[in-house]
Design a protein around this ligand. Structure first.
Ligand code: PLP
Length: 360
C-alpha cells in the first residue's frame, strides 16, 4: 500500500525533541522564539507568532483585525473546513464565492461580483489551495479598488511563490499550518505572519490568554500557544522545506509527463507561479469506480473535498449557504488526490503511473 501522505521525520527532529524533554522547558521555550525567527526570516516578514494550529492562527488574525459580529468575510467554498470555521469563530459571516475551473482557487471574476453584492464586506480570506498560489494580481486589484483587507490561508502552500513572491506576504496577515500531512509539520501547530505591528501585538496577547504581563488579562484570550516540543520539530522541518517542495514538484512533473488517460484531467500550474503540490488532484467522471480501482491496486488517495463547505451538514442551514457554486460543486464530485509527498520512491511513482494509465 502506497500511503497518500507521510511526514518525513529524521534524527534531527528526534534529537531536538529529546533536548527539549531533557531541558524540562516543555511549553514556552527558546525553540518557539527561534521557530518564529526562522519562519519570518524565510518569508522576509516583520513578525511571526507561533500558534497551536492553523485553525487557531486564522481565528486570532480575524479577531486581531476587529472582524466580528455583523461583519462579512469573502472566502472560497472549496477548502478545508477550518477556513470558514475561523470566520464563524470570530462571529462574522462568510460570503462564499465560486472557484476558477482551471486553478480551483477563488475566482477573481466571482470575487468582483461578490464585492458589488456585498459592498460592506471587510476582508477576503483567500486560500492557496493544494499548494497553488491564487491569482494575486487580479485579487489585489479588486481588493485595492474596493478597500478589502486581504488575508491568506497558506496552510497548504508553504514556500509557494507568485511571481517570485512567497505566499503569506501579499495580505495584511497570513496563517500557516504544520499538521502532519502539510508540506512541513510540527505535529500540531500553526503560525501567523504579518508586517503590521498592531496585528502582531494583538495576536500575541490573544494566543496567550489575553495577557501581556502574567496574570493581568486585558482581554478574553485563548490558550493557542505553540509548545517548545512542537517548535523543536518545526524548526528542523523548516530547514528541509525547500528540499521537500523540490521533491513534490519533481513528483508532480513526473505525473504531468507520464499520466496519460483520456478519462482523467491533470492539475494545471499557470506560468509565474511556483506550485508546491500539497496535493496532486485529478479530476474525472465516475470517481467511485476509480477509487475502488485504486484501493484494489494498493494506491492511497484522498478526496479533497467530498462536499463544498456550504453543503456541509454543519453549514447548510445558514443563510450564507443558500446559493449555488457550480464550479466548486462539480470539483467536489470529481476530485481525487494521489500521493505526491516527498517520501515516494521512483518505483512508487512508476507503479502509480502504470496503475492510473491502465484504468479504463
Ligand atoms: C490544514 C488546513 C487548515 C487548518 O490547519 P490545522 O493546523 O489543521 O488547524 C486551514 N486551512 C486549510 C486550507 C488547511 O488545509
Amino acid at each position: 500500500m502506497i500511503p497518500h501522505a507521510k511526514p518525513l521525520l529524521g534524527k534531527e527532529e528526534e534529537d531536538r525533541v529529546l533536548e527539549v524533554l531533557r531541558s524540562g522547558m516543555l511549553a514556552a521555550g527558546s525553540y518557539v522564539q527561534e521557530f518564529e525567527e526562522q519562519f519570518k526570516r524565510y518569508h522576509d516578514s516583520k513578525y511571526a507568532i507561533a500558534t497551536s494550529s492553523g485553525t487557531t492562527a486564522l481565528h486570532v488574525i480575524l479577531q486581531a483585525l476587529g472582524i466580528g459580529a455583523g461583519d462579512k468575510v469573502i472566502t472560497t467554498p472549496y477548502s478545508f473546513i477550518a477556513t470558514a470555521n475561523a470566520i464563524l469563530y470570530a462571529g462574522a459571516t462568510p460570503v462564499f464565492v465560486d472557484i476558477d475551473p482551471a486553478t480551483y482557487n477563488l475566482s477573481p471574476s466571482a470575487l468582483n461580483t461578490a464585492v458589488k453584492d456585498h459592498p460592506e464586506a471587510k476582508a477576503v480570506l483567500i486560500v492557496h489551495l493544494f499548494g497553488l498560489p491564487a491569482d494575486m494580481d487580479a485579487i489585489l486589484e479588486i481588493a485595492n479598488k474596493y478597500n478589502l483587507i486581504i488575508l491568506e490561508d497558506c496552510a497548504q502552500a508553504h514556500g509557494a511563490t507568485y511571481q517570485e513572491q512567497k505566499v503569506g506576504t501579499f495580505g495584511k496577515a497570513s496563517a500557516f499550518s504544520f499538521y502532519p500531512t502539510k508540506n512541513i509539520t510540527s505535529g500540531e501547530g500553526g503560525i501567523v505572519l504579518t508586517d503590521d505591528s498592531m496585528i502582531e501585538e494583538k495576536v500575541r496577547i490573544l494566543v496567550n490568554q489575553g495577557q501581556r504581563q502574567r496574570y493581568y488579562h486585558e482581554m478574553v484570550g485563548y490558550n493557542y500557544r505553540m509548545t517548545n516540543i512542537h517548535a523543536a520539530i518545526g524548526l528542523e522541518q523548516l530547514k528541509k522545506l525547500d528540499l521537500f517542495n523540490q521533491k513534490r514538484i519533481e513528483n508532480a512533473k513526473f505525473y504531468d509527463d507520464h499520466i496519460v488517460n483520456p478519462c482523467i484531467q491533470k492539475p494545471v500550474s499557470p506560468p509565474g507561479r511556483r506550485h508546491v503540490y500539497h496535493q496532486y488532484t485529478l479530476k474525472m467522471k465516475n470517481r467511485d469506480a476509480f477509487t475502488t480501482y485504486l484501493d484494489a491496486n494498493g494506491i492511497g488517495y484522498g478526496i479533497h473535498y467530498p462536499l463544498i463547505i456550504p453543503a456541509q451538514p454543519a453549514y447548510k442551514n445558514m443563510a450564507a449557504c443558500s446559493g449555488t457554486w457550480p464550479v466548486a460543486e462539480d470539483l467536489a464530485d470529481s476530485c481525487v488526490s494521489i500521493p505526491v509527498h516527498p517520501a515516494l520512491s521512483q518505483s512508487d511513482l512508476t507503479t502509480i503511473v502504470e496503475v492510473i494509465n491502465n484504468y479504463r
